[in-house]
Design a protein around this ligand. Structure first.
Ligand code: XIL
Length: 841
């Protein structure tokens, strides 16, 4: 019946006479009254000028691939109308869709159905709010709406399935009376984050953002990206997962008077844990408005009280009356406008204002937060006074004293004074003369401009027959590769792959064959074959071997744990220490003198390390079977036992997302390593995995990270480099080559960086084979990336002067020297001498 009805509706609508510019209305209806789940997965295309109306069911899995640019109206039939499959574990492919999306209530089902709206699936991917960009890049975010403007109409609820998830919207406008509630069931744990604004436009979020019940046991977070301005106007927001402003502006514009009167949370409601930071305003971002923020706020960027007009931005919790603190940084800028003697922007903080003396990149600075005053055409008199900032106190995290760096406008002469007499802190400014400001200088910072590097570089084959190791050997650097040792014929030196490996590289690591499950599959029974074959190739052909890895929470045999995270077999601390010690001692002793360095502990840090922003020496370990059974000191013990078994071996702590200086997890990594050194634990180096995507590599942050570890006297190794690309187009391949070259250069430029290991030989072998991240094609033909690495090695080799140059091949086809008389591998840019003749290239 339903079907007939809907087709009648469609027919009726379609038969209306339409003029050329009118939209064509199409319909898909899979709404049912029954409680059985309906699955609808037929492809939908909405062409320009068309409008698709989809009627969903209270219990439905909607999995249609969607494409086109026309508008989509989703008439949401009830609270389990899921965009995705069962439990949200699959999501449809909407990557080809970029139209406008309207979500409306469709009450054809029982009105007790609860919320009407959409439940968003997550595709089984876990999101990390400290690594937003990486999460997006690695496809760990639901991006169905990332190319769309989405409007939540009155009455609609947007919710999602459980877990720590990211949902990305090009633009998200919400009407008064709509809601974003996160996980639709009110239990603890889930942390959904709504990432809005990547299409750079402005939006208004008038609907409520809060968990589905006031128990507030779970989180719903909001992340603002893109250049536009988002205005939050609801008075009942509980943004329990916090607000992170990465770029652009967020204006909190709720009605403070009403919030105060009715004890409402306001524009950015309170957190579950009042001590934690609720709002982060990052370097490029602005927080402003005339409403109230009810949770502790950390500002690296700007504060702009008032919207475009004049107003007071308040930090207050009207629900519990708790203090709300404002944390400032050396990079903070507060912009206050003055319209006239009575009307001007103010900042009102119910708690303390405190200065943390390090910026977003964890770099210390003694700069002070700037308070910039602008006149909006104000005509002022001598003696006019403005109380711009009010709080309980002004302090700093290290107890030292500080002053705002007040920047006055060009007109009038001003003075600043602070008052603490009434048990509060106020900062006032006063006009002391009508003469123009003698100290004025225009210091407004320019908006960031994005540079695109369009320098095409040639990475084609370049007649240089020298292998990579020819240069690396002579410069004392390692260039290595991870091998699936069990699938290769490493005992045969002249096997095609083995020959390629030993010719090109001077380091080796087993991709899987030295992991716990491979070496000790059952308790006390060790299995060495593949690992031995790899190590013996290394010894035979002078390739240094890295051992990967002794203690990790994955690739563990079931007799240790069945899930890696929990102590599923219930081992006592003592028993687990025995297991760990026996494994480490047996393995390290077995390879003593043959394995140069060990990843003793792998990936031990938690992914989310936001706490380092306010607790700068801290780190949080991942909960794993090791930490659960032994305690956090398992790391120290592992290093000590490894050292006892082979005192000559270099011992490393290896991890991912710790490559770039300035990231929270990198800081935590540094803190952990430093604490180990402070405890005299034998650690010699850190491994930076470097699983990246080409085109997004930040070599400056990588290099600066290495320098910090150098100051601790530690070696840094790039341990698992691979650089994903989208396809084999020339542009992608060149981008990949450029980044391989740049990372190699980082190694060459940093004396404490000893090696770059590439995580696999040829693309088909890669654990990320879909992103073709390696330096050989599956045919073993070298990719531009290979030549990128070689270029970096050769250029540096030719411009440096090795003290005792060695010739790699017995008979060099031609003998080339630079003008210093040092023999080099091949012709280079500039003047060189080849077989006695002078050349200029
Ligand atoms: C990967 C291997 O490449 C895969 O073959 C295997 O299935 C899983 O492990 N970080 C590490 C490596 O430290 O050990 C991982 O290697 C990749 C991520």
């Amino acid at each position: 019946m339903q079907k007939i009805l809907s087709s009648i509706v469609t027919l009726f609508i379609c038969s209306l006479p339409l003029s050329a510019q009118e939209v064509v209305r199409d319909t898909v209806n899979f709404s049912k009254k029954s409680n059985d789940y309906v699955t609808y997965d037929k492809r939908i295309t909405i062409s320009e000028g068309h409008e698709m109306h989809v009627f969903t069911s209270r219990f439905s899995y909607w999995l249609s691939p969607l494409s086109g640019t026309g508008n989509l109206w989703i008439h949401c039939g009830g609270e389990r109308s899921i965009l995705g499959g069962e439990k949200g574990n699959t999501i449809p492919d909407w990557s080809g869709y970029s139209g406008e999306v309207h979500l409306k209530v469709y009450k054809n089902t029982d009105p007790t159905a609860g919320a009407f709206g959409l439940v968003l699936g997550h595709g089984g991917k876990t999101f990390n709010p400290e690594e937003i960009e990486t999460s997006i890049e690695k496809g760990k975010v639901n991006s169905c709406f990332a190319r769309s403007k989405v409007i939540l109409h009155k009455g609609v609820t947007l919710s999602c399935e459980s877990g720590t998830r990211g949902y990305r919207f090009g633009q998200l406008d919400t009407e008064n009376g709509s809601s974003i509630c996160g996980y639709y069931k009110a239990n603890s744990g889930p942390k959904p984050y709504f990432i809005v604004g990547c299409n750079d436009s402005d939006a208004v979020m008038a609907g409520v953002i809060a968990p589905p019940s006031n128990t507030l046991k779970h989180n719903v977070g909001l992340i603002k990206e893109g250049k536009g301005t988002y205005r939050l106007t609801c008075n009942e927001n509980y943004i329990t997962g916090g607000l992170r402003i990465l770029q652009g502006k967020v204006f909190v514009n709720n009605d403070v008077v009403a919030a105060q009167k009715s004890k409402l949370p306001g524009g950015v409601g309170i957190m579950n844990d009042q001590n934690s930071t609720g709002v982060y305003v990052f370097d490029k971002a602005t927080l402003g408005g005339f409403g109230n923020v009810a949770c502790n706020t950390d500002v690296y960027g700007r504060i702009e009280p008032g919207d475009d007009g004049i107003g007071t931005l308040t930090f207050a919790d009207y629900v519990n009356g708790r203090k709300v603190n404002l944390m400032l940084r050396p990079t903070t800028v507060i912009n206050c406008e003055i319209a006239d003697a009575e009307s001007y922007d103010r900042l009102s903080v119910s708690g303390d204002i405190s200065l943390y003396r390090f910026g977003q990149n964890f770099v210390e600075s003694d700069a002070s937060p700037i308070l910039r005053i602008r006149l909006k055409g104000a005509v002022l008199n001598v003696g006019d006074e403005f109380t711009l900032i009010r709080s309980i106190s002004k302090k700093s995290e290290d107890g030292s004293d500080w002053q705002f760096d007040v920047r006055f406008p060009d007109r009038y002469t001003w003075e600043t004074f602070e008052d603490t007499s009434e048990g509060n802190y106020t900062l006032k400014v006063r006009v002391i003369s009508l003469a123009d400001n003698p100290n004025y200088f225009d210091d407004e910072d320019d908006d960031e401009s994005e540079e695109e590097d369009n320098n095409p570089e040639d990475f084609s084959d370049d007649d240089d027959a020298n292998p990579l190791r020819f240069y690396a050997d002579q410069m004392g650097k390692g260039i290595g590769v991870a091998l699936p040792a069990s699938k290769m014929n490493l005992k045969a030196d002249f096997d095609k792959e083995t020959k390629l490996v030993r010719t090109e590289f001077n380091m080796l690591v087993a991709e899987n064959e030295m992991k716990f499950d491979a070496l000790q599959p059952s308790r006390g029974k060790f299995s060495w074959d593949s690992a031995d074959a790899l190590v013996s190739l290394g010894v035979r052909r002078k390739l240094a071997v890295r051992g990967h890895t002794l203690v990790w929470h994955t690739q563990l045999p079931e007799w240790v744990t069945t899930d890696g995270k929990k102590n599923t077999n219930g081992f006592s601390r003592v028993e687990m220490l025995k297991i760990m010690k026996n494994h480490i001692t047996t393995v390290v002793s077995h390879f003593k003198g043959k394995v140069r360095e060990w990843d003793v502990v792998n990936e031990c840090l938690d992914d989310v390390q936001s706490q380092v922003r306010t607790n700068p020496d801290s780190y949080v370990l991942k909960k794993t079977v090791w930490s659960e059974a032994i305690g956090n000191d398992y790391i120290d013990s592992a290093f000590v036992w490894a050292h006892q078994a082979d005192p000559e071996a270099l011992l490393f702590l290896n991890d991912y997302d710790v490559e770039y200086h300035g990231k929270a997890k990198t800081q935590a990594f540094y803190n952990l390593v430093k604490s180990m050194l402070d405890r005299n634990i034998p650690i010699h180096g850190v491994g930076l995995q470097c699983h990246f995507d080409a085109g997004k590599v930040d070599t400056a942050a990588l290099s600066s990270n290495m320098k910090r570890f150098a100051q601790l006297g530690l070696v840094c190794a790039v341990t698992e480099l691979d650089l994903g690309i989208k396809d084999y187009s020339e542009q992608q391949l060149n981008r990949q080559a450029k980044d391989y070259k740049a990372i190699t250069q980082v190694m060459l430029d940093n004396p404490n960086c000893t090696s770059v290991m590439i995580w696999g030989l040829a693309d088909h072998y890669s654990w990320r084979s879909a992103s073709m991240p390696l330096i050989y094609y599956s045919s073993f033909k070298p990719k531009p990336a290979y030549f990128g690495i070689k270029k970096a090695l050769r250029n540096t080799f030719e411009t440096s002067l090795p003290s005792t140059p060695q010739v790699f091949r017995k008979e060099s086809p031609s003998r080339i020297f630079n003008l210093q008389g040092v023999q080099v591998g091949s012709p280079f840019q500039g003047v060189y001498i080849q077989n006695g003749k002078k050349y200029l290239r």
